[in-house]
Write a protein that binds this ligand. Structure first.
Ligand code: GLC
Length: 556
């Protein structure tokens, strides 16, 4: 693997709508982000990914783009964006935007023109088909529920494809004219000084054609789209072209949202000449999921979590550099998911931070993770914004699940969990807005907020700062960034431990992933505590005594 400028960096995801509102409309904005660049710099962040801020009806919170060349006025102006780019540059920080090109919005002018003239050039930007004998071309289920087909406005005999929401018509990547438009847009942004992109839902751009039915997997007679994606061949041709036409000439940094990749394809995706610089590890986020819906999901225990992370490390080896997360805007809060219910103390949160941050790869922090933000309680489906939660709730009820239980699954897996406003202070609206927040603030803002944590040297926030500083320190950077990964005590329940072996140092990350204290063995030789989430490290003759949820980094 070739070394790259970004390997030793720390990356951070901002969900602009919920970060910081500066004009009192209840929606976060670019000026809010600009005003917090120093905060991010102080934390140790170098690379910042912004979830979409383009013009959008926000049917899927901006992942439905109506104009790729303009900023939605709710988020600010192009001048604000230019200022953000230049202010980031002054601080040696890199801004990424979200590249959403599997689909656009049904309010994009391409789609409007396609509706006016389905047989014209813009009709070919989409998948538009005839409805024959009242039947759609195939029985795939969209990610947000219901068929992937919707009648084309103004043409009751035709339909268009949308693998996500019906307001997100899929773009037809088989059409070279569409691809040209996409590349032109990407290059326009990169020429402006953007460092790169996070690449949304990208595996979906290749469809298995011609359209055909797959065996139904629910009573709705539809089939999960994964079966089609598994059969679709040739996404690499599009991705390679995009890399060569856009990313390579700009030396752009890209991180792919890639699910379902096949092991043998990894070098193509993130090898030295990969389609992307890196991609996210989703092994633990998809673990325990069910095609039947959230109500059939089995959850992810500490041992499952460890096994998923270790599995990815083994799979990637030296092929490329993976991106590690515990949460993002589509997932529940990591501390609510990977720490058993009722046990998410500050110590346990520090443990989770320690074990995910130091495996090989680029560590990402999702906004609010650094202060330990948690899932939000839900008392009624009416207070939920997330379209996938609303669909999963409906699916659960249809499967006979009791409403309170169905709501509990929304609490566990819903996307609102990550999207509640950032908790800056314990004050009104957690300091996020002076207006009415677009999404309710987590009632735990008095216990979990940045202002208090900044003032407390033992806070999770200050611990994250230490983790970031350690990974950048001249002493340990080489080992933590490039050192080999070797599991330790991998079959001992409720332990997550591994070595990172660098050119001249060997570190052991050792975590007692349970509330009971215990002694764990250490390899023979000298040992030095480099970091611990608790004040004392109790070395014994043959090992170390760890308190419940204690995690340590030892030099061995
Ligand atoms: C990605 C995004 C998600 C969005 C979907 C459709 O998975 O992360 O938020 O709903 O793509 O664009």
């Amino acid at each position: 693997m070739q070394k790259k400028w970004w390997h030793g960096k720390t990356a951070y995801q901002i969900y602009p709508k919920s970060f910081l509102d500066t004009n009192g409309d209840g929606i976060g904005d670019l000026r809010g982000i600009i005003s917090k660049l120093d905060y991010l710099k102080d934390l140790g962040v170098d690379i910042v990914w912004l979830s979409p801020i383009y013009v959008s009806p926000l049917a899927d919170q901006g992942y439905d783009i109506a104009d790729y060349y303009n900023i939605d006025p709710r988020f600010g102006t192009m001048e604000d964006m230019d200022e953000l780019l230049s202010e980031a540059k002054k601080r040696d920080m890199y801004i990424l935007m979200d590249l959403v090109v599997n689909h656009c919005s049904d309010e994009h002018e391409w789609f409007k023109k396609a509706c006016e003239d389905p047989d014209g050039p813009y009709g070919k930007f989409f998948y538009i088909k005839d409805i024959v004998d009242g039947k759609y071309p195939c029985n795939w289920r969209s990610y947000f529920g219901g068929p992937v087909w919707e009648p084309l406005p103004g043409h009751p005999d035709k339909c268009y494809l949308h693998v996500f929401h019906k307001k997100q018509p899929d773009l037809n990547w088989e059409n070279p004219a569409l691809r040209e438009e996409v590349y032109k847009m990407i290059n326009w942004w990169l020429d402006k000084g953007l460092a790169g992109f996070r690449i949304d839902a990208i595996i979906n751009i290749k469809k298995a054609l011609p359209f055909r039915d797959y065996p139904a997997d629910r009573d709705d007679g539809l089939s999960d789209i994964g079966k089609m994606l598994h059969e679709a061949k040739g996404v690499g041709e599009f991705l390679g072209e995009m890399r060569d036409r856009c990313f390579k000439p700009h030396d752009a940094f890209t991180v792919g949202e890639v699910f379902n990749e096949k092991a043998e394809e990894l070098p193509d995706f993130i090898g030295d000449n990969g389609y992307f610089s890196t991609m996210f590890d989703f092994a633990e986020t998809v673990f325990g999921g069910s095609q039947a819906g959230w109500h059939e999901a089995s959850g992810c225990s500490p041992d499952d979590y460890r096994n998923c992370v270790f599995g990815t490390q083994k799979k990637i080896g030296d092929i490329g550099y993976i991106s590690n997360i515990i949460e993002n805007h589509d997932e529940p809060r990591g501390v609510s998911r990977y720490i058993p219910e009722g046990e998410a103390t500050v110590t346990a949160k520090k443990l989770l931070a320690t074990v995910y941050f130091n495996v090989k790869g680029l560590p990402w922090i999702y906004q609010g993770q650094e202060i330990g933000m948690e899932n939000i309680p839900v008392s009624s489906i009416d207070e939920v914004d997330d379209i996938s939660s609303i669909d999963n709730y409906k699916v659960a009820l249809e499967a006979g699940v009791a409403p309170e239980t169905a709501l509990h699954f929304v609490e566990m897996y819903g996307r609102d969990n990550a999207r509640t406003p950032f908790q800056w202070t314990s004050g009104e609206n957690a300091g996020f807005t002076t207006g009415t927040p677009w999404l309710r603030v987590n009632p735990n803002k008095s216990e979990i907020n940045l202002a208090d944590e900044q003032a407390d040297p033992d806070s999770l926030f200050n611990y994250y700062k230490k983790l970031i500083a350690l990974r950048k320190s001249p002493e340990y950077a080489e080992t933590l960034v490039y050192g080999g990964f070797e599991p330790y005590l991998a079959d001992v329940p409720r332990v997550m431990a591994y070595f990172r072996e660098g050119a001249d140092k060997r570190l052991l990350i050792l975590a007692n992933y349970q509330k009971e204290a215990r002694e764990l063995p250490l390899p023979e030789g000298e040992r030095k505590a480099v970091l611990s989430n608790l004040p004392e490290v109790g070395f014994t003759e043959s090992g170390v005594f760890l308190e419940g949820y204690q995690a340590v980094i030892l030099e061995i």
